[in-house]
Design a protein around this ligand. Structure first.
Ligand code: M6R
Length: 603
């Protein structure tokens, strides 16, 4: 998945393209490139690695032109080399692409003999388009004929030699926005990319293509008919945030959690009752909640499953989006389908939403980006109000996803008669105490920093938890592997003895996330099983738990007491800090770890 941008402007576009690409770097940072047309001449610059390398290249080897396209890449087909970097060019055509062309092998075979330079699927698009132009088609005709041959998911922008005032943009499966300026026009993967340029956006719909010139955009639908797509004025996009004195965005975002959580709590409750910031929601006729998401967002759903079941008595399924859709699960019209995504652009989650549309009674989403595709395609999109999250490792978005999910479970509980208003008010009061408790947990930061040195030496780390702390253990392991590159696994404490305990020896730290809850004694037994095999246990618990845990643990971190049902929200903090400090010890790229991207817009 990648970010694409295009500008038909009145000024030199290279710096504008690079600025817009900066705002899209969350989609990938393996390589970047731009192409421009200057006096009809098409040219390009590309550089491997982060955008800063392209900026440096442009200082030494500038690119003139008032029309251009740009790309930031997360490698799918072909290694992150300059040859594989976009824009791809064949003769008079340059193309930038987000997505995957599934029939590129057939297309490439059909184009054999042509001078391919890269291993990418994208270059076939440029070659095919150029071949159509060699056969006498105009750039517009050639682009449309090319689109007709492509299978898979894509958002594309074409630029042509000899055409100072034309970008052909197309969308199938991957989102694409067209921005309207004053005598200027823009194309971007999302509204965020175009934020500083314009607030007037038209989203292309599935199968649309557009001939974009400085006068506007002529949009056609998948069947080639002229299409009228609404132009929206969007809320100003938050400017690129700074690190507020922290070394990394991830640290800043971890420390922001008490504040962003307070914002969500205020938006979702009032006077001891759950309220929604927008829309109505009635769970009384819902007989099942299905939650679908990827990565960290899926662990938030897995925690919320305990809440929906215990607080609302509602059967609840949690699915990983990439599995859900292809399993073709039956979806009851009496069910509510809930899609959780920080970015709102995750391709698997979006595809899962589309699968459930028309089958589930209602499509809800919980997103951080209100203009995102998932939000726009939902019956009701609930914002998590976490503010821009820059670090690839999701932290504050996870916290606020949990906050919104907790409120929905309480609301469902009241509407289904499973809890009464007094219990609702008590649960909300427990949640209201959380920001202060998060601050206390954050105060453990220096202690955690000191203790992670040993963790950084480990080749493998296990995380254990029971009940809602089990998915929290999965999330703790994901955080650690994402940014420290240490192999880590999360397990349900009781499951360890069914196999994973074979991994335990004195070189394997085992982080046990265990507030003193009803199942604590059982967790202590599981811990003893680890200790008996010389495993090094790092116990994270509260004061009572620390007292009752017995001897032998390697180290204990004492957390504030909390209603155990919401403990995952509090214990997320030490899990995040453990990952962060271990990564610092290892010297990895915390905010942009290798091989990852903030938003995964390919399947
Ligand atoms: O934007 P989304 O919430 O849909 O993203 C889902 C996952 O890609 C994301 O949570 C990923 O697992 C994070 N890098 C985890 O830190």
């Amino acid at each position: 998945m990648c970010g694409i941008v295009g500008v038909l402007g009145h000024h030199e576009v290279a710096p504008i393209l690079v600025e817009a690409l900066k705002r899209l770097e969350y989609r990938g940072y393996d390589s970047a490139g731009i192409a421009t047309v200057e006096d009809g001449r098409l040219d390009r610059r590309r550089a491997v690695g982060k955008l800063v390398n392209l900026s440096d290249l442009l200082v030494h080897d500038p690119l003139a032109g008032k029309s251009g396209i740009g790309h930031t890449r997360w490698a799918t087909h072909g290694a992150p080399t300059e040859a594989n970097a976009h824009p791809h060019r064949a003769g008079r055509v340059a193309v930038v692409h987000n997505g995957i062309i599934e029939n590129f092998r057939e297309l490439r075979a059909d184009l054999s003999g042509r001078p391919f330079e890269s291993e990418t699927d994208t270059e076939t698009i440029a070659q095919l388009c150029e071949r159509h132009m060699e056969a006498g088609m105009s750039p517009r005709e050639a682009a449309v004929a090319t689109l007709g041959a492509l299978e898979g998911a894509f958002a594309l922008a074409f630029l042509f030699e000899g055409e100072n005032d034309l970008i052909v943009a197309a969308r199938k499966g991957s989102p694409l926005a067209i921005g309207h300026g004053d005598g200027e026009m823009y194309v971007g993967s999302d509204a965020i990319a175009l934020g500083p340029l314009t607030d007037r956006i038209t989203y292309l719909e599935e199968g649309d293509y557009a001939f974009v010139t400085r006068d506007g955009a002529e949009i056609h639908d998948a069947r080639g008919r002229l299409a009228n797509r609404e132009m929206r004025t969007i809320a100003p996009q938050a400017a690129q945030v700074d690190k507020a004195g922290h070394r990394h965005f991830m640290a800043k975002e971890i420390f922001e959690q008490p504040v962003v959580l307070s914002t969500a709590l205020a938006a979702y409750s009032s006077a001891g009752q759950v309220t929604l910031p927008e829309g109505d929601l009635d769970f009384s006729n819902t007989d099942r909640v299905t939650m679908v998401a990827c990565g960290t967002a899926s662990y938030a759903c897995a925690i919320a499953k305990y809440w929906f079941e215990q607080l609302a008595g509602l059967p609840c399924d949690v699915d990983i989006a990439s599995e859900y859709r292809y399993r073709e699960p039956p979806v009851s019209p009496a069910s509510t389908a809930l899609f959780v995504s920080q970015s709102g652009e995750t391709a698997d989650t979006l595809a899962a939403l589309r699968y459930a549309r028309g089958k589930a009674g209602r499509i809800l989403s919980i997103v951080n980006v209100p203009e995102s595709s998932i939000a726009r395609e939902s019956d009701l999109a609930l914002p998590i109000l976490a503010g821009v999250e820059v670090g690839v490792a999701s932290t504050k978005a996870f916290m606020n996803q949990l906050a919104v999910l907790a409120h929905l479970a309480i609301l469902a509980g009241r509407q289904k008669g499973h809890i009464d208003p007094t219990r609702e008010a008590e649960l909300l009061a427990d949640l209201a105490r959380l920001p202060a408790l998060l601050n206390q947990a954050l105060a453990l930061d220096p202690k955690i920093a000191k203790r992670t040195g040993k963790l950084a030496e480990a080749r493998s780390v296990l995380f254990l938890g029971r009940g809602p702390m089990y998915p929290m253990a999965l999330e703790g392991a994901l955080k650690l592997k994402e940014i420290s590159y240490i192999h880590a696994e999360g397990y349900a404490s009781g499951e360890l003895k069914h196999g994973p305990i074979a991994l335990v020896d004195k070189t394997v730290p085992v982080v046990v996330l265990a507030p003193r809850d009803a199942l604590f004694d059982k967790t202590v037994s599981n811990m003893q099983e680890v200790l008996a095999r010389e495993g090094r246990v790092w116990l994270i618990t509260d004061a009572t738990g620390a007292q009752e845990a017995g001897d032998g643990v390697w180290q204990t971190l004492v957390m504030p007491e909390i209603n155990p049902i919401f403990a995952p929200m509090l214990y997320a903090v030490p899990a995040q800090l453990i990952a962060y400090h271990t990564a610092l010890h290892k010297g990895t790229d915390v905010d942009q770890p290798r091989n990852l991207a903030k938003s995964v817009t390919v399947e």
